[in-house]
Design a protein around this ligand. Structure first.
Ligand SMILES: Nc1ncnc2c1ncn2[C@@H]1O[C@H](COP(=O)(O)OP(=O)(O)OP(=O)(O)O)[C@@H](O)[C@H]1O
Ligand SMILES: [Mg+2]
Length: 245
């Protein structure tokens, strides 16, 4: 059974329909890359799946349970969120908290994990992302790549069954992008389930188990990277890939 299944998501802002019936299946251990031009609805899709945005219609199957996106209860939303992580383009760290505090906060406050245990877990995940030597610094004292690695550590700290990434490297220069992609590649190798909205074609090609291409609120084409990149079926996909070359 799939870890996550999304069926028929619709979302409009005013008169404009941004998601026009999206279906997506994610198996445990999958790394799903979502590609698509600016404005195609990628961020809106991730936000709807994680209830940062309210969908107008659609169903979500998560960990064997079935939910309606419209009218889902607050209790169900928090139950799902306890098992998901979200990494944003602009890191979204607390500026007035240290690296360590940024990671422990979600454990001590939301989940009532004892401080010592939270600290141990935080050190563990910060080591995993190579930030163990910076735990007492504040976000402003870090590079963008370091901040993003802290954000990834924060997502990992709660042992989620899936992490959503929304263009995690698009604010970074190539050197820092490489650092962050390296961490994500390691997570993928360890079997972490991830959905990654990205413009990094190399990452999508080498790391993902499935590539999804969106345009104008629909999924135009999806497939394994070796098929998707080598032998795209749709003219829209070919055109998109030509533009990214
Ligand atoms: N809160 C909002 N209110 C009104 N329109 C919105 C809102 N959020 C997104 N949109 C519109 O929905 C469409 C899809 O936006 P979305 O951010 O999902 O695209 P995207 O694929 O993530 O683009 P990008 O690659 O630039 O991040 C765009 O036309 C955008 O202007
Ligand atoms: Mg976006």
């Amino acid at each position: 059974m799939a870890l996550l299944e999304v069926k028929n998501i619709h979302k409009s802002f005013g008169a404009g329909e941004v998601l026009k019936g999206i279906d997506l299946t994610v198996e445990k251990g999958d790394v799903v890359s979502i590609l698509g031009a600016s404005g195609s609805g990628k961020t809106t899709l991730l936000r709807c799946i994680n209830f940062l945005e309210k969908a107008d219609e659609g169903q979500l199957l998560f960990n064997g349970k079935d939910y309606h996106l419209l009218g889902i209860s607050k209790a169900d939303i928090s139950a799902i969120r306890r098992n998901t992580g979200f990494v944003f383009q602009n890191y979204c760290l607390f500026a007035n908290k240290t690296v360590l505090q940024n990671v422990t906060l979600g454990l001590t406050s939301a989940r009532h994990v004892p401080a010592a245990e939270a600290r141990e877990k935080a050190m563990d995940v910060l080591t995993k992302v190579g930030m163990q030597d910076h735990v007492d610094k504040y976000p402003s004292q870090l590079s963008g790549g370091q901040q993003q690695r802290v954000a990834i550590a924060r997502a990992l700290a709660t042992d989620p069954s899936i992490i959503y990434f929304d263009e995690p490297t698009s604010a970074l220069d190539p050197q820092l992008t490489a650092e962050v992609l390296e961490v994500m590649r390691k997570l993928a190798d360890e079997g972490m389930t991830m959905i990654v909205v990205t413009h990094e074609i190399g990452f999508a090609r080498e790391v993902s188990s499935k590539v999804v291409f969106m345009a104008d609120g629909v999924i135009v084409e999806e497939g394994k990277p070796e098929e998707f990149f080598v032998n795209p079926k749709e003219e829209k996909t070919r055109e998109f890939l030509r533009l990214t070359e």
